[in-house]
Write a protein that binds this ligand. Sequence first.
Ligand code: ATP
Ligand code: MG
Length: 400
Amino acid sequence: MHSGFKSFELMEFNSIIVRLSGEIGIKGDWTRRAYERRLLKNIVDALSHYDVPYEKIVRKCGRIYLKTHSAMEASLKLARVFGISSLSPALETTSKLNDIVEGSLSLATQTLQRGNTFAVRCRRVGHHPYTSADVCREVGRQILTAFPHLDLKVNLRSPDVSLGIEVRDESAFAFTKILGGTGGFPLGTQPRVVCLLSGGIDSPVASWLAMKRGCPITPIYFDNSPFTDDATTERALNVAKVLFEWAIGFPRKVYVVPHGGLMEIVEGGPKRLTCILCKRMMYRIAERIADMERAEGIVTGESIGEQASQTLRNLRVLSEAATRYPIHRPLLGLDKMEIEKMARKIETYQVSIQKAKACTAAPSKPATQAKIEEVRKAEEDLHVEGMVKSSLEGLRMVRL
Ligand code: ATP
Ligand code: MG
């Protein structure tokens, strides 16, 4: 047993402990294994996408352990992979108590400062000649002996530094940092959804929330020119690029749809219903694209009362146009401030606020309580099927 260490080999982090979202752990065996396998694949894809080298990755006891000498860099990249609750760059040693102590002392040298309080916490799975309490006691004792000049104290309640040790069969991992992950389910564990992505602040957040629950996304952008301009399209594509950074390993394609029918709506429909008629056309076209993409639903960035077209009544009138797919509105109950906060976190905000022309087709006095009968009647005077057809004919698929 080591005692009275004077100098220690400064071992570098050589692995990462990846902790899975708690919700994965409570799934039944079959589902949990499928989710873990998907997460493993998404992690491997992210690492190779960013050229982060690693030697080995294993799934064990509800965790994923990654052997890499780029532990810090890898942790930062993986913090964006859905399905991970937290990560710790760690020092992996064998599970021999001597080695655990040596690794812990090396980590302690790099972390502890004069006057710090510390705690050692250990979790153990497997057969070993010691208990977790033995590990905590021995490592704690050796740290106190090794650094008399640092005036350290043990504090189990709220220590300055918490030294974690995970013993897993023949391996042990020592760590002091716990980096937050994004949570959610691994992307691809739920079916695909198509997302109406305007490029504004809301719809990217809605798309991201669907991804967070495991749905790969296919963004659809309606090009409302001449009521909007190229900058509006550019902004939407740039937002999609940011979203795809959360979906490494998945196709990066966006559908750009010419919304030529909007001109007919503006010229031939009742002014106060313009936005409702326009959105209903978007939903209809989105259904056709959902067919092509084998998607299970349509996601929008609507939230109750956020715009005239988003009163509860109008949302009902909008939904009535989608006959074959559900409209999912992940932002339904969120305030603008909450949406903006999320947009900042997922890094779409900066792109969404870039200058772009707001749609000039929007009337000054839009209906807030549209009646389904009047909307249907207005549509009778328009060439609804023709508009869908011509939009689909002009459909452009952009790979980003
Ligand atoms: P956002 O902030 O997402 O731009 P908004 O608050 O400006 O939306 P609306 O313009 O009423 O509100 O749009 C409601 C939803 O309809 C959007 O969140 C988006 O899902 C969809 N949408 C609106 N315009 C477009 C567009 N040009 N292309 C694709 N989807 C759109
Ligand atoms: Mg909005």
